[in-house]
Design a protein around this ligand. Structure first.
Ligand code: GLP
Length: 261
């Protein structure tokens, strides 16, 4: 796992955007796995800026989002399809037919999950998967103790996750308690992973993900098995790491071609 600690979330998000932009420039038809939540918002703004000012071209890019709430149509302002449209898709030249978000309104949710897996395979697999990290260590909507080999499935959200997300949702009671989510096995199959985690609320999850045992109690720890996982942190989220000096040492001794910023 490559651990990059930056002074703050702003610098971390710009760095994350650079990594994604480099992927899109090197492979214009890249398949990107995308995430929602507060964490990647600034990264998406930077991608939009690169599209506007530097001609970053999304016209051949395909995307697959991690998850979606069960029961929310694309028109609902808290659906992840809506989030992606408002925060990225409508600001860049992406072909909406190439963008995928699980359909939380599907009559047969299991069939929708299977179909989503097939679409990812048919697209050639995911080149780069962007991730945030839940306060309890979840990735996508894979809550603690879910199988580390799971594929896209229907998940019951934990009380902690519902509370954390209720701030943006407006109310805890009105929130869907279920979601469709890529499984941890689906996520880990991506050829490259980029996880962002910022702020003091993520400190324990980050510590467990990076330095704790590989364990289903912290779904993010599955990234320890991935051959090409990059984790971008700020000083706050990295505060619990025992080997922070080692990560900084490695970061400062990279060869020129190993650097992103
Ligand atoms: C949500 C999403 C995750 C996200 C996480 C953290 O529940 N399903 O994909 O990474 O929680 O959210 P935030 O970035 O708002 O802290």
């Amino acid at each position: 796992m490559e651990v990059l600690i930056r002074d703050n979330a702003e610098i971390g998000c710009v760095l994350g955007a650079k990594i994604i932009a480099r992927m899109v420039r090197e492979k214009p038809d890249a398949v990107l796995g995308l995430a929602t939540g507060r964490t990647p918002l600034r990264l998406y703004q930077e991608l939009i800026r690169m599209h506007r000012d530097e001609g970053l071209d999304f016209s051949h890019v395909t995307t697959f989002n991690l998850d979606e709430y069960v029961g929310l149509p694309a028109t609902h302002d808290q659906s992840y399809r809506y989030f992606m449209r408002e925060n990225l898709f409508r600001h860049v030249n992406i072909d909406l037919k190439r963008t995928h978000v699980p359909d939380g309104t599907a009559v047969d949710l299991h069939a929708e999950c299977r179909a989503y897996e097939k679409k990812i395979i048919d697209a050639g697999g995911i080149d780069l998967q962007l991730l945030g990290l839940g306060r309890n260590g979840h990735i996508g909507f894979n809550e603690p103790t879910g199988s580390l080999r799971s594929r896209t499935w229907v998940k019951i959200l934990s009380e902690q996750t519902l509370k954390d997300n209720s701030a943006v949702f407006g109310s805890f009671e009105g929130m869907p308690k279920h979601a469709l989510s890529m499984g941890i096995g689906t996520i880990i199959d991506a050829r490259r992973i980029l996880l962002l985690a910022f702020g003091p609320a993520k400190v324990r999850a980050v510590e467990h993900m990076v330095e704790g045992p590989l364990a289903a109690i912290c779904p993010g720890s599955a990234l320890q098995q991935h051959p090409r996982a990059t984790v971008i942190l700020d000083e706050n989220s990295a505060a619990g790491l025992h080997y922070a000096d080692h990560y900084r040492w490695v970061d400062s001794h990279k060869l020129p071609w190993q650097r992103y910023d």
